[in-house]
Design a protein around this ligand. Structure first.
Ligand SMILES: [Fe+2]
Length: 337
């Protein structure tokens, strides 16, 4: 039977691959965003600044602080890479969100599992790189995608088993067997997967298994409770797979962004660590808007790990601010062992 041997959680925010002196480029995107989600409100950058202005954010944005925070993030990422390299799982399940990378407005499943035999991470052409550069994420896109196309094996048999078993558990998992097509051919793998494969699995992964969640786009994002229950179902599915395999699972994304809310992040990190299902599943849904929604990838992963006796360790939490209105990314790194 398959065994779940390791859980991991990693933020994948663009600042992780962006030199600290270039973080202001991403802050420009915040300045032009008319709908910054923060707690139960929605703000322009100026409104957010008026609401939150504090010397704390001025200090947090000093280049020395940014540089130290960036360093801490790299240490944490390297540490996660070392852990999985040492654990040598046969398969890594990556729980991420699809942000119109594979699925589009035509169809956006709440839950999808990819069961093709392989998946390709395509090199970016110059036009695409330039398109990302204007949003200050040129560095991160070059982190997430290789110089030359890379094809990775996918654990399709386990993926199909997870689709079947979760369906028996009354979850309507969308079944995705071919990398969806766009205007220029197959669509590239999403940022949530490219980041983990490149930065944590060092572009040389064991077979992977992408689980794609619509955390982001209304109207069919699954609730936090639904995510936790889905994770439990996936965990049971992995354990019931009639093949000897050591399986790792990795949550990709979070914590709060583009407006950092350290209180929210710590409330949910503590709940993830403490198996506090009530807190995880009763957090108001407005807390999971925008980038914050990716915390649901962690909730699913916590649900999977709840089917084991593994305990979560928080390796680091780093609030990487990029503006004096408190925008940026709350970066968290953890493992279940
Ligand atoms: Fe993301």
């Amino acid at each position: 039977m398959a065994e779940i041997v390791l859980g991991m959680g990693t933020t994948h925010g663009p600042l992780l691959a962006t030199p600290p002196d270039a973080w202001d480029g991403r802050a420009e995107v915040d300045r032009n965003n008319p709908a910054l989600a923060y707690r139960d409100g929605t703000y322009s950058f100026e409104e957010l600044y008026e609401t939150r202005k504090d010397k704390y954010f001025v200090d947090q944005n000093k280049i020395e602080t940014r540089t130290e925070y960036h360093r801490r993030c790299q240490v944490a990422l390297d540490g996660l890479g070392d852990i999985i390299e040492k654990a040598k799982p046969d398969i890594t399940v990556i729980v991420g969100d699809d942000q119109h990378e594979w699925f589009q407005d035509a169809v956006q499943p709440s839950f999808a599992v990819y069961h093709g035999a392989e998946v390709t991470n395509f090199a970016l052409d110059e036009e695409t790189k330039n398109w990302h550069r204007q949003f200050g994420r040129g560095h991160s896109m070059m982190m997430n995608h290789p110089e030359k196309d890379q094809t990775y094996k996918v654990a399709g048999d386990l993926a199909r088993h997870m689709i079947e078993r979760s369906t028996e558990d009354e979850f309507d998992t969308a079944s995705c067997g071919i990398q969806p097509m766009g205007d220029k051919g197959p669509r590239n793998i999403g940022h949530a997967y490219g980041f983990v494969v490149r930065r944590i699995l060092r572009d040389n992964p064991m077979p992977i298994l992408p689980v794609l969640i619509n955390t982001y786009f209304p109207p069919n994002q699954p609730t936090a409770k639904r995510c936790y229950d889905y994770g439990r179902s996936l965990g049971r599915a992995i354990k019931s797979w009639d093949t000897k395999a050591r399986v790792a699972v990795c949550a990709s994304g979070g914590m709060s962004h583009f407006v950092i809310d350290e209180e929210l992040d710590w409330r949910l990190i503590d709940a993830l660590k403490g198996r506090d299902v009530k807190t995880l599943t009763t957090e108001p849904e407005y807390s999971f808007r925008s980038g914050n929604s990716e915390i649901k990838n962690w909730i699913i992963t916590a649900g999977i790990c709840a089917e084991t006796d593994m305990e979560m360790t928080v390796h680091d939490y780093v609030p990487c601010y990029r503006s004096i209105a408190g925008t940026g990314s709350g970066m968290a790194f953890a493992s279940w062992r």
